[in-house]
Design a binder for this molecule. Structure first.
Ligand SMILES: [Mg+2]
Length: 172
């Protein structure tokens, strides 16, 4: 658990794309990336979506092929949602013991796939969990827009507003 504000350098995504459909797997491979982690809600699907969004599925498959199956989901979620992800999302779902921005789930993925931190990219929609977590873990951080903004539960609104302010204040 982080206390206080993360360092501005941790808040800055290495890359930004609109959605997972815009990720260029070949370009990431050229950069030396050999594995890709995804956040689930608002990254691979709308909030609590039941499967990978149809518009993203083709590129997720391309990413999976490019990286030889080294793809996973790291989601801050309940045990029930975790079971749902395991059931319906055809990617390795990292077990949840501690939540992003902790480095623990990133280390668990590195261990599972036997890949060093510098070989990974992580894709997510949240600055304070996905991007800070990936940056602290030494992964390439990729920010996407929330996939289905209207599916956000009410409690996400203040978090997104706060992240919006942080981006302005820190110019990240
Ligand atoms: Mg998310």
């Amino acid at each position: 658990m982080l206390t206080g504000l993360p360092s501005p350098s941790f808040l800055s995504p290495d890359m930004e794309v609109e959605t997972v459909a815009n990720i260029d797997a070949g370009a990431l491979y050229q950069r030396g990336i050999r594995g890709v982690g995804f956040d689930a809600d608002q990254t691979l699907c709308g909030f609590y979506g039941k499967e990978i969004d149809a518009d993203l599925a083709e590129n997720v498959e391309r990413i999976r092929e490019t990286f030889d199956g080294n793809v996973c989901i790291i989601s801050n979620c309940t045990a029930q949602r975790h079971a749902e992800l395991v059931e319906n999302f055809p990617l390795h779902v990292v077990p949840v013991h501690s939540k992003k921005p902790s480095s623990d789930p990133f280390r668990a993925a590195e261990k599972h796939f036997q890949l060093l931190p510098s070989k990974w990219a992580f894709v997510g929609d949240r600055l304070l969990t996905d991007i800070v977590g990936a940056n602290r873990a030494g992964w390439l951080s990729v920010l996407v827009n929330p996939l289905v903004p209207d599916s956000d539960p009410w409690y996400m609104r203040p978090a997104r507003r706060y992240e919006h302010i942080l981006r302005k204040v820190y110019r990240v």
